[in-house]
Design a protein around this ligand. Sequence first.
Ligand code: FES
Ligand code: FE2
Length: 384
Amino acid sequence: LPKQLEELRQRASAPAGQALALPFAAYRSAEIYQLERQQVFRRDWIAICAAADLAKPGDYVALRIAGEPVAVVRGADHKLRALSNVCRHRGSILLEEGRGNTQRIVCPYHAWTYDDDGRLMGVPYAGSTEIDRESHGLARFALEIWAGVVFVNLDRQAESLATVLQGVDRYVRNYQLDRYAVPATDWRQPELWHANWKLIFENAVESYHLFKVHPKTFEPYVPTRGFFYLDGAAPWTVTGGRITSKSKAPPGEPATMGEFERNNYILVTIPPSFIGMVTRGSWSWLTVLPRDEVSSVVSQGSLVPVRPGRVSQRASDAFNAAFMKEDRAICERAQRGMYAELTAGGNLVEMERIVGDFHQYLAWRLFGTEPEARHRSPEVSIFG
Ligand code: FES
Ligand SMILES: [Fe+2]
């Protein structure tokens, strides 16, 4: 292996409990990014949006997953499908990136037209040319919904997400995530951050930085010192923390919501791109996708049990905007450190074990290293 890859392999495969910062070059290397595109983003489950965000037939979201253009479309039959968003004629992008609603997919170049399950319906001015419609449909990718969130996998042979996440359910069961069915806000435009996707992911999963980076947003409400690790390994990690402010029970809160659920949040981390946080009032997540080796697309989504009033919606929008700004600034600042060649990162602290799990995931995907077994902390006994 070239030197950069070998250094990454060594550091990423350290035991999660003794993790080290990854080599800085991994956050700016085009070669490593190419490997990640193949081994991570073409093989694993990527969160897209809430299923409830695409409620009506014809609703779609179009985006790129590490370069691969994909559209998730709600068909006239109410089914969600993940389709290639590239025209089978000469390759134009079909649907504009972002959200919209359309009954048919019409290519903006020569107007080849596809229906909502990707079948080629029409070819204008075909003349005497015969085009086999069957073999000119849009490619279809795997799609699953977990906890109300749509995930797509470019590898149709991949293991089912429900199977991958089996062990997670017990930690979120009492919240009854299917109650969180209302999108909390209108769709927010994803942000382009100037940092490598791994740096943003690591920042989003660890609670170590809350006291320093978020002294007025997160820290007063979910303090760093209230953080705890529950269960995890390479494929997913469940952590949590204490909530210091008391919130009122939302109407219709079920009896399964116990002492624990009322006073703590649970964080579900599913690499490479999903970090979700559940409290009694909301199920919110952040997703990160690489644009290239040094910039990333960061999106937020949120489902709530009951549609919020305008005042509380405005307050939560302001809160989101404030902590996103703090995270963006620190990620872009750390990214500038990644160009240093005359120094290296060091030990991660105990609280950053979750970052170690992510490194184990990377070593597993990129180098086929056997990941460590699940690590459960003693606290998990309360979940039975
Ligand atoms: S590229 Fe789509 S119709 Fe020509
Ligand atoms: Fe943060």
